[in-house]
Design a protein around this ligand. Structure first.
Ligand SMILES: [Zn+2]
Length: 338
């Protein structure tokens, strides 16, 4: 098969790769009707996260089970499944506590920007749908695999409750779906920070009530102004930079919560400011597996349409253009068709 490999900054190649095979008896092989590019793929693409050898790319996936290893019990060939970017046995103590992205057997998925994928720990990682979904639901199911699961975790970690005032820092797919998640959780006010019109429009469609175009200290001041000088109850940080993290902490009211899910790059927290902020901080790689059954249900019953974050569809062989479009912010998120 052909798959996507990143060789270095802005060097994405679609090239011949070995067909995935069962290596461990707990593996499954799935075929992918669609795949996609993640905002987090842009860190190594931009060279901000250095890579020292060619890396097979792609960690968001859903598809049809083709083959399972001899120890796989619940997942069967022919099922349509969704999994997380982090594999999990779903039985260890961390999994039992709902932190499957910290599973003792965790591996981070790679190689999903391809037609076929090997998924380790199939029974614990994959969630099977009761039947084959309609084709038009597949982009939304694919979104549950990472960007929605991550946005949902961010809102949950930020303690969003019915009636909450929520601010979202970051207008990528995760931030936008954080707004959607906050809406589902009953937030009354959802302030999204964005300067890009297509993203503002989608944020409003997903449930945002206010858009703030200022950033940094001015952005914080604007959120304070919108909240009678108090700050937001819950802030979703979906970028991962120092500026975004500090903006999130400073926009949160004393006693409020920040859910941070942007993969942090060079973030350093000032202890004394944190001490006096009275802010709860919780985040990290989202335990998407915890939320998958619920998110899949919401998609299947038509309550949400997170697949709207895909505003560019390309054939998989044009994956390099898919990265470019996201890097240049011409696309929110690229969907790829094998
Ligand atoms: Zn586990």
């Amino acid at each position: 098969m052909k798959g996507t490999v990143l060789y270095g900054p802005r060097d994405v190649r679609f090239e011949e790769r070995p067909d995935p095979t069962i290596i461990e008896p707990t593996d499954a092989i799935i075929s992918l009707p669609f795949t996609c590019v993640c905002g987090s793929d842009l860190w190594p693409y931009r060279g901000i996260e250095p890579i020292n050898q060619p890396r097979p790319m792609g960690h968001e996936y859903c598809g049809i089970v083709e083959e399972v290893g001899s120890a796989v019990k619940s997942i069967k060939p022919g099922q349509f499944v969704v999994g997380s970017f982090a594999t999990s046995d779903n039985t260890c103590p961390h999994c039992q506590f709902g932190y499957q992205a910290s599973c003792v057997q965790r591996e981070f998925m790679v190689g999903a920007q391809a037609p076929y994928l090997r998924v380790p720990l199939a029974d614990g990682t994959l969630v099977a749908l009761p039947e084959m979904p309609d084709d038009d639901l597949i982009p939304s199911l694919l979104a549950t695999s990472d960007v929605l699961g991550t946005g949902w975790f961010a809102a949950d970690a930020a303690n969003v409750k019915p009636g909450s005032t929520v601010a979202v820092v970051g207008d990528g797919a995760v931030g936008l779906l954080g707004a959607l998640s906050a809406k589902q959780m009953g937030a009354e006010r959802i302030i999204v920070m964005s300067r890009h019109e297509p993203r503002q429009k989608l944020a409003l469609e997903f449930g945002a009530t206010d858009i703030v175009t200022e950033r940094g200290d001015e952005g914080v001041a604007r959120i304070k102004e919108l909240t009678d000088g108090i700050g937001a109850d819950s802030v979703i940080e979906a970028v991962g930079t120092q500026e975004a993290m500090m903006q999130s902490i400073r926009a949160t009211r004393p006693g409020g919560h920040v859910g941070f899910v942007g993969v942090t790059h060079g973030v350093e927290l000032p202890g004394l400011e944190l001490f006096f902020s009275h802010v709860h901080l919780h985040g990290g790689p989202a335990p998407v597996r915890r939320y998958l059954p619920k998110l899949i249900d919401l998609v299947l019953n038509g309550a949400i349409n997170p697949g709207k974050v895909f505003d560019l569809t390309l054939p998989l062989k044009q994956v390099a253009e898919g990265y470019r479009a996201m890097d240049e912010r011409r696309a929110i998120k690229t969907l790829l068709r094998p």
